[in-house]
Design a protein around this ligand. Sequence first.
Ligand SMILES: [Zn+2]
Length: 90
Amino acid sequence: MAYNPQVVEANIVSDNTKNGLFEIVAVLKDRTKCRIGYERTASGEEHATHINRLFTAPCPVCRKDFLCSCMNNFMPTIAEQALQLVKTKA
Ligand SMILES: [Zn+2]
């Protein structure tokens, strides 16, 4: 069964206006929490650069409760949803 991440909550946790780097912590529907790093380019585009699962709950994909890289496969989806959520709140 393919994992289908759904972001239900997202908050900007750091924002460096000097270098354009910012981070969002996203909460998924299954309680998975991820910290996503983004960079803002000079033209105002935002790109996700990395994603880390926080160890608040086991990984929804492999069930490990420690470091794994499963979320990397879903970074585009999670990063996009998190960004949209943050923007609709602003
Ligand atoms: Zn995993």
